[in-house]
Design a protein around this ligand. Structure first.
Ligand code: FPP
Length: 245
């Protein structure tokens, strides 16, 4: 009998950075004739499970697409419920992050978030600032095109100020101008709910990420499937456009 549920994983070949598009909360709820918000509530339980699993496996970076710039256009009641849920999650999971040496980071147009959420977010980020076993990145009010526009503005500012020569701009330096500065590109991107889209998520950073689409709706996504996906990832050959060695 197996001693653990991840005996088949090679701990030396785990991704450094996993990114997840957590999709299907609404459909999960609709299938049960529940309000969509119930789907988001159940979805935040899946968030907890995946955070704990990453930490246990020593995966150092996890990025979750929790709220996109486009999500602001959802009905007001749903946006407000998502903000309340996020605030609650940050408060209830603070202990998990402190006990497990997890640092919280947020990326996106954070200034658009309601004051209460921003306050909780900054408090949790401050309290977990020195944790260094794992970084949990929440993409909040995040859109990759907006991130790229911000990157261009920052570069243009540096050029105008004479700090940067346009001729020296290279792809190596772009990451320093993105919200993910100092974070390695995702090795693995997972999208739940059967949709085969990227939806404005980390467009620059996923250039060479392995992508895994699953039909599972996010509230049904759990540890077992996550470990299965990691096994699948370990079976892939990453060539980065080159020929096999
Ligand atoms: C997509 O499902 C999911 C979201 C827009 C929000 C994700 C939020 C959570 C998982 C919970 C709160 C987050 C944290 C970090 C605690 P959808 O509503 O688009 O589903 P649908 O496509 O079936 O309608």
């Amino acid at each position: 009998m197996s001693a653990s549920d991840h005996d088949n994983l090679d701990i030396n070949k785990l991704p450094l950075h996993v990114a997840v598009i957590m999709d299907g909360n609404g459909r999960w709820a609709q299938k049960r004739l529940l309000n969509r918000v119930k789907g988001h509530e159940k979805g935040s339980e899946s968030v907890r499970v995946i955070v704990k699993t990453c930490r246990e496996l020593n995966i150092p970076y996890l990025t979750l697409y929790a709220f996109s710039t486009e999500n602001w256009d959802r009905p007001k009641a749903e946006v407000s419920a998502l903000m309340t849920l996020l605030n609650r999650f940050l408060k209830t999971e603070e202990k998990l992050m402190l006990d497990n040496n997890i640092r919280l980071n947020a990326m996106g147009q954070i200034e658009r978030l309601p004051d209460t959420v921003r306050k909780t977010l900054f408090e949790t980020m401050e309290k977990t600032r020195n944790n260094n076993a794992m970084q949990l990145n929440l993409a909040l009010s995040y859109g990759s095109r907006a991130e790229i526009v911000d990157m261009v503005k920052k570069i243009a500012t540096d050029v105008k100020a004479g700090r940067l020569d346009p001729g020296s701009i290279s792809s190596d330096m772009i990451p320093d101008y993105l919200y993910t500065k100092d974070i390695p590109d995702p090795d693995l991107l997972i999208r739940t709910s059967g949709e085969m889209r990227i939806s404005n998520f980390l467009l620059w950073q996923i250039a060479y990420s392995e992508i895994y689409f699953t039909d599972t709706l996010w509230p049904d996504f759990g540890r077992e499937e996550f470990i299965h996906i990691l096994e699948d990832f370990q079976g892939r050959e990453r060539r980065y456009g080159k020929v096999p060695a």
